[in-house]
Structure formats: C-alpha cells, structure tokens
Write a protein that binds this ligand. Structure first.
Ligand SMILES: CNc1nc2c(CCNCC3CCCC3)c3nc(N)[nH]c(=O)c3cc2[nH]1
Ligand SMILES: [Zn+2]
Length: 371
C-alpha cells in the first residue's frame, strides 16, 4: 500500500510548486479541488472533470452520513466506485457543515449533537465517528474533526474552541486505522489572533499530521484580514508538508494564497456561481443573464479555449439560463471549473519558471469588466 507523501519541487518567493503522492494517484500543486458535496460535482460528468484537469475532488462527511449513509456507501464498494471517480478524494470532517447547515445543534467536549437538515433526525458527530465515516467512505485525505470558529467571536471563545479542536485532533490521530494509506490532515484554528494561531499550530505539530489545513477563514472576514492570517500562519507550518486553506476562494484569493505559500484550495464558488449564471473570465466576472448579452455572439471569454467557449455564444448561454435549462448549469459549470483549473496550471508553470510575480501582475492588470 503506497503511503502518502509530498515533494516540494520549486519555490518562487513564498510560492511553492509541489506534488502530492496519494494512494490513488499523484496531485500537482498548487491545486484547486472542486467540491462534490453529495458524491457528485454538480452538473459535471466525472469524465468531463478529468477533461478540464481536475486531479482531486472533495466530498463531505455531513451530507453522506445523512444520505445515503456511510455504511451503505461502504457496502456499495466505497465512494470512488459509487461515483465512478478513480482519482483522489479529500473528505471534510463534517463540523463546518453542521454549523452552516444543521438545525439545532449542541457542541460539547464529546463532539456535536445536531438535527438533520433533511428530516430533523438526531445525530452525533465526534472525532472518532467522523474519522470512522471518512474511512468507510474510502477517503484518500481525511480531515480532522474540528470546530470552524464563527466570525466575529470573542477572544475567550476562540481560545477555548481552539484548545478543544486541538484535543479533538489528538483523538482523531488515535482513532485512525493504522496504515491504510490514507492521509490525515490537522486543521489550524485560532480565529484572527496571531498568538492563538501559533498555539494551534504548535498543538498540531506535537501530534503530527501528514498535512496541515488552515481553517476558520473565509467566514466573513475581509480579504486583507484573511491574507494577514495566512502571513502569520504559513511560515509556522512544516516546509515539507502540504498546506490547505479551506473554503477559499475567488481567483484573486487563489493568487494571493499561492503567493503566501498555500498548496491546496477548495471552494463552492466556481460551481455555485455557475448555477447562478455568474461566469469567471480573465477580465473578471460576468452575469450571463444581463440583457447586454442578448445578441452577443462572442464566447464567454475570448482567451478561454474550453469546449464551451469554442462552441457556444454568450447569447445562447443567456438563453439557457433565462429558460432555466439543465444545460445551463452544465455548460456554465464546465467553463468555470476549466477557468479555475487553468488558473492553477498557469501558476504552477509560473512558479517553475520563477515568473510568479510577473504572472500575478498581469493577472491583476487584466481584471476589469468589458464595456
Ligand atoms: C466557505 N468558507 C469556508 N469553508 C470552510 C470549511 C469547509 C471547506 N469545504 C468543504 C466542502 C464543502 C462541502 C463539501 C466539502 C471548513 N471545514 C473545516 N473542517 N474546518 C474549517 O475551519 C473550515 C472553514 C471554512 N471556511
Ligand atoms: Zn471557457
């Protein structure tokens, strides 16, 4: 059983070009991971995900625990077989979704008690059960069970919650089955406090993980504050381990995160925005429902070489969206995910050739909206 490892191949300033070796294949970093909440990246065939360059996707403990149930997925051969995706899958541990989706919930030392947002049934997630669920799903990268601290929060709450997440992290390490080749990542908390972030990193390093995520960001804080927390936290993490910032972000966030030494990202933005008709381009976002696209025969982005931009006009995509056609979500998602993957591929190349700062300057200069 090949175990998990990370190669640091190039550095350009604090930007890093690396390679993850997982039990289900290699992942070139920096990488953007499309979100597949309910065992599907919405509106995308797995074959199309591969065509646009997706190397690894996310799934979620919270959703799959509730439906169809992790034991059912295990009995059906695991998540990869279930959804016909033979590349790596990273699973989040469920805590974040309990807070952002679940109804009534109660958090204590044991874990989180909550009611299903589907049928109100009572459930409990603990560090031990979250790990067991992710193992049952067949996850290749398992996330520690943590509390994503809301923002804003009192310093006292941040300190207490972060200390509890550190205790939970130790329980996750203990709960992991030995050597099944899947990796376990710790998640740094600490809110927006430099000393509490440093304490959280120290706690996790003492336990030891194959990779380290920075949690508690993209929770309503400004981009500047998010970057400041990255500036404090990245240098404290081991240089030879992958760093993953959870729930981030816009194309600009990805460029600024890579510049600060982040290797892995996930965000629902490209897929969710696509279904709402918001499309990403090299010159900024456009909302395809606008009347100005009624007779516009040009592609979404003249600089994009994706299947959608090669075959369909803005006028047609606007028509599909206005008509609430299923193909609208399919084509918009295909283009947005292709844009995100291309952005990451360009950053990987730029770091390799030592031209990341030039890439960043050109990326920022192009951000305007066409008249
Ligand atoms: C959007 N902002 C944000 N997301 C965060 C997430 C979720 C990341 N995305 C998970 C996918 C979405 C559904 C299926 C899996 C966070 N997750 C954890 N465990 N901890 C965080 O601090 C944490 C923090 C986060 N901030
Ligand atoms: Zn395109």
């Amino acid at each position: 059983m090949t175990s998990f490892s990370f190669d640091l191949l190039h550095e350009d300033g604090r930007a890093r070009r690396g390679r993850l070796h997982t039990r289900r294949g290699v992942v070139e970093t920096p990488v953007f991971m499309p979100v597949g909440t309910q065992a599907t990246v919405k509106a995308m065939y797995p074959e199309t995900l591969k065509e646009i360059g997706a190397q690894i996707i996310l799934a979620n403990t919270y959703h799959l625990l509730l439906r169809p149930g992790h034991e059912r997925v295990r009995a059906l051969g695991g998540l990869h077989r279930f959804m016909n995706w033979d590349r790596p899958i990273l699973t989040d541990s469920g805590g974040f979704q309990v807070f952002s989706l679940g109804e009534l919930r109660k958090i204590d030392e044991q874990g989180v008690r909550f009611q299903s947002h589907l049928d109100g049934a009572a459930h409990v997630l603990t560090p031990e059960s979250s790990i067991a669920i992710q193992e049952a799903l067949g996850s290749d990268i398992i996330m520690a069970f943590d509390e994503c601290i809301p923002y804003p929060a009192t310093r006292e709450y941040v300190a207490e919650s972060t200390a509890r997440s550190s205790r939970w992290a130790a329980r996750c390490r203990q709960a992991r089955q030995p050597e099944d080749g899947a990796a376990l990542f710790g998640i740094v908390q600490g809110g927006m406090h430099r000393d509490l972030r440093a304490q959280s990193v120290a706690d996790l390093l003492a336990i030891g993980f194959e990779g380290y995520a920075v949690g508690g960001l993209s929770v309503g804080e400004s981009a500047e504050l998010m970057y400041e927390v990255m500036d404090w936290t990245m240098p404290l993490l081991p240089r030879d381990c992958p760093r993953y910032v959870m729930g981030v972000g816009t194309p600009e966030n990805l460029v600024e995160g890579v510049r600060r030494g982040v290797d892995m990202f996930d965000c629902v933005m490209p897929t969710r925005n696509a279904r709402n008709g918001v499309l990403f381009t090299s010159f900024g976002k456009i909302s395809i429902k606008q009347a100005r696209f009624l007779d516009d025969e040009s592609p979404i982005d003249p600089d994009c070489d994706c299947y959608v931009c090669r075959h369909y006009s803005r006028a047609y995509l606007r028509h599909l969206y206005q008509s609430n056609e299923i193909l609208s979500s399919m084509l918009n998602t295909h283009h947005n995910l292709h844009y995100y993957q291309q952005l990451m591929a360009r950053m990987r190349d730029a770091i390799e050739s030592g031209t990341f700062e030039t890439f960043r300057a050109e990326f920022l200069a192009a951000r305007r909206i066409d008249p």
